[in-house]
Write a protein of this length. Sequence first.
Lengths: 280, 201
Amino acid sequence: MNLMEKFDAIDPRWIYFVMALSLIVPVLKPIGLAITIDEVTTIPVYNWIESLQPGDIVVGDIAFSGGSEGELGPQLQAWFRHCMMKGVKVIMVAQWNTGERLGYTLLEETAAELEEEGISAEYGVDWAYPGYKPGGTTLWRQMQLDFWEACAEVDILGNSFEDMPLMHKFRKWDKASSKGIMAFVAGAPGLPTYTTYFPDYDIYLGNVAVQVPGAMNNLRAGQIKGLLAGLPGGAEYEILLDRPGRAVKLMDAQSLGHLWIIVLVILGNIGFYMKSRRGE
Amino acid sequence: MSTDIQIWVQALCTLAVYSYLYKENFAYRIAEYTLVALYTSYQITRLFHSFAKPYFEKYCLEERQYYFILMGFLGLLLYFRYAPPQYRWLARYPIAVSVGWGLGGSLARSPRPVFTQLADVMRPLNTVDNFLFFVAFLAVMSYFFFTTGKESKFIQTSGRIGRYIMMIGFGTAFGNTVQGRISLFLNRLSFLLVDWLGISI
């Protein structure tokens, strides 16, 4: 049995084992590989928040669940931190009920950190979380007409909008009341809700890596103005904020894991070519 | 190492799920079924508290919009799927209403984003990027040309080029998929190392 035949017959569990090693080692012993900030995708998101005035309101959307938290969680936290640092108010809705509570927990965690640092991130004043409301895109359309009515005037915790100063500035979701939309999306329902029902708004996207090639069409066509792509998108945003966090720490492992996959793809193709030549 | 029982449950469930990579086993099954059960119970509870209760109180009781109750009854007809066969047809009514409503809404609105992208295809050929995009667009379209003339050398060659271009696109998607999956694992890994084992990274 030659080397290629041995590779061909290898137990897949060895591949997983080496992959696990190539991820665990750089997490424990970071190498410090360079992270390049993408001018086309990440910078527009950052510049958008930078261009806003304190008191401006933006709407964020949690359209992901626990399965995508690894990619979208760091993005969400970095973006939210930026908003709070700039004094931009954030209202979060959730198209996915499975990620609703997760999104709240992530923001609550970041808000507590910000408060400790002396940056105001008071719930109900600086940010609010109406969360998930069933009804799909039809309800999102209704939110544009009367946000309070569409949400039954309560947030995720059951608090009345009447008791939340921020919500008094946001009775209707229109271009005058919100200075853009940031959707963190892992699937459907997701971005099409906004490109379909909010086409005239400034839409920005935080996307899982799997969907990024598809989202590039939206970016090119101007349907979205900026895009945070997977874990690297979160890492780039953390660097822009000059506050490296979870995403930056994991990027070495991300790169080495990817390298291992590239090696496997090359080996697989060589094996396939050699077998084809032998007529197998 | 963490002393929080919640962290321990999370960690053990994470390990149970990853144990599937070694082989199918009892721990994996337990984790899988627990997740499904938790998800279902969570959905029911959340929807009751975040939707059914506040909407009922606000609109039916306070504002006396009683037609909400009517729609509620219409929705309950879905459960007639489990009724004796002679009553099962009743379950079709809520489905008919929701499909008709959804389809109407989609037909009215959905074409817009697609046409925006279609319009974006028509770009001036004044840059190399745009020119390449135009050639790639035609080549890929010709791959899906299944009618008269598909036997011609030109269409076949163009279709083959289109196929290669699509393969590049699929390669990009694959690369991103790998990246995404690694990110998900890294998230769990950092949880196990930092939150569970207490190792700082």
